[in-house]
Design a protein around this ligand. Structure first.
Ligand SMILES: Nc1ncnc2c1ncn2[C@@H]1O[C@H](COP(=O)(O)OP(=O)(O)OP(=O)(O)O)[C@@H](O)[C@H]1O
Length: 443
């Protein structure tokens, strides 16, 4: 198990991680999520003893990494797949890591096979594609058959087959009782891979819960309602009636309506009473991506100037059509509706009644910035720092904001004693379902 207690890291006056406490348990894949610059890599580096915490501590199996007996055989990590000697053949790179940790050479060939690089094992890694480099990094992490594995963006650059392979690998490792901690920005992938989530924003813990609970806590279930395509007036009529009945109505890209605040039978009755035929009435749960976007809106540091969705969605003028999906990016920005208020109904209406036909999030009270108060709330917050250089899009009035507080006095920076490598000196390794080799001298 990995356990962080009050983990804080400052680089000069920059606080990268603040008062982070969490546990990563064996037997599950734990996803580590957060916007760019939120402190994920810094946290992983501290777990692996590559950075010293300014305060607090993080242990693996009760020991700080550097005091862990035979650490490379207990912990394997992929932090930066590019941190290899490009002039070395893939096999030689792994062999050198194996020799440092007393891992047998045959294990190198095993892991090369596990990651599918056996045919290029004798090629220099500087000629590797992004995905091949990633596979080599995963091989290095698996080398020592460790019980604890950390992967920072493991699917970066992998093709769909590679992504599926990584997903199955993570699950298999966890099913063997290992501790698997994995960061990724690919929400759809995380939703399929992880059992549990730890979410941070601006270095602070935002959530530590199962994926299911995370989605429920940060979004509401909704009904999808579709009226006959050829008659937009029916859609407008139904929208008005639903809004009058207390529903919250948002148009979807394809002309359907997304409705919260009303149970499905009630929607059906209203449609019947208003003489509107329905082509679809179906229950839906928000995706992990939608719930994540809602939760982290206030903790995003870097945002495009052309991102119109700094809040949940800019309301469109009456009659205007929502933007078309962007090829290759799917439908832009349909962030989840907010979760029901405590004690409310599953489809509890949020905020003021909605204008007929359109909507939006406009006028809704902000759900708590992150659904739940961050640990240490009330303590001085070191994040009252100048805004990043990246220009900000105009914020929607209701966009949740990260909790801010006056800047805490900065402690003097702790002396650093960091090893230069981006990966632990001798990453350990493991095969997913194997009966792994016992230590012997590498040849
Ligand atoms: N060595 C360092 N010196 C100064 N600042 C640093 C250093 N390492 C990280 N930071 C800062 O700490 C913050 C957290 O960075 P970190 O790389 O941990 O974020 P991240 O969540 O991994 O981001 P991403 O998703 O973009 O990889 C950032 O503001 C970053 O600029």
């Amino acid at each position: 198990m990995i356990e962080a207690v009050g983990l804080t890291k400052r680089y000069g006056d920059k606080t990268a991680v603040y008062n982070l406490s969490f546990q990563v348990r064996p037997g599950a894949v734990t996803g580590f999520l957060g916007p760019n610059g939120s402190g994920k890599s810094t946290t992983m580096r501290m777990i692996l003893g590559l950075d010293n915490p300014t305060s607090g501590q993080v242990t693996i199996g009760g020991y700080p990494y550097r005091k862990l007996p035979n650490a490379p055989r207990q912990v394997g990590a992929l932090l930066d797949a590019k941190a290899v000697h490009g002039g070395r053949a893939a096999r030689n790179h792994l062999l050198s890591l194996a020799q440092l940790s007393g891992i047998p050479a045959r294990r190198v060939d095993e892991v090369l096979g596990v990651v599918g690089l056996q045919d290029v094992a004798r090629k220099r890694s500087k000629g590797f594609s992004l995905g091949m480099g990633q596979r080599l990094g995963i091989a290095a992490a698996l080398l020592g058959d460790p019980q604890v594995l950390l992967f920072d963006e493991p699917v970066n650059g992998l093709d769909p087959e590679g992504i599926l392979w990584v997903r199955n690998l993570m699950k298999a490792l966890a099913a063997e009782g290992r501790t698997v901690f994995v960061s990724s920005h690919l929400m759809s992938e995380m939703a399929l891979t992880a059992d549990h989530l730890i979410v941070i924003g601006r270095g602070q813990l935002l959530a530590d819960m199962s994926i299911k609970d995370f989605i429920s806590a940060n979004s509401a279930d909704f009904a999808r309602v579709r009226t006959p395509d050829a008659d937009p007036q029916l859609r407008e009529k139904l929208s008005s009636a639903l809004a009058e009945a207390g529903g919250h109505v948002m148009p979807e890209q394809d002309g359907a309506l997304r409705v919260t605040g009303l149970a499905l039978p009630r929607i059906s009755d209203i449609a019947h009473d208003t003489d509107v035929r329905l082509w679809e009435l179906s229950p839906h749960q928000a995706s992990l991506e939608e719930a994540y976007m809602r939760m982290t809106q206030g903790a995003v540091d870097y945002r495009s100037t052309i991102d119109q969705k700094s809040g949940l969605q800019q309301p469109l003028p009456p009659g205007a059509q929502p933007p078309m999906p962007v090829p290759g990016q799917g439908q832009p920005g349909w962030y989840a509706p907010p979760p029901p208020q405590p004690g409310g109904q599953p489809f509890a209406p949020q905020g003021a009644p909605v204008a007929p036909g359109y909507p939006g999030a406009q006028g809704q009270p902000p759900a708590g910035p992150y659904g739940a108060p961050a640990p240490g709330a009330g303590a001085p917050n070191p994040y009252a720092q100048p805004a990043p250089a990246a220009p900000q899009a105009p914020q929607a009035p209701q966009a949740p904001q990260a909790p801010q507080a006056p800047q805490a006095p900065q402690a003097p920076q702790a002396p650093q004693g960091q090893p230069p490598a981006a990966q632990p000196a001798a990453p350990a390794a493991a095969a997913p379902s194997s009966d792994l080799t016992k230590p012997e001298d590498a040849r």
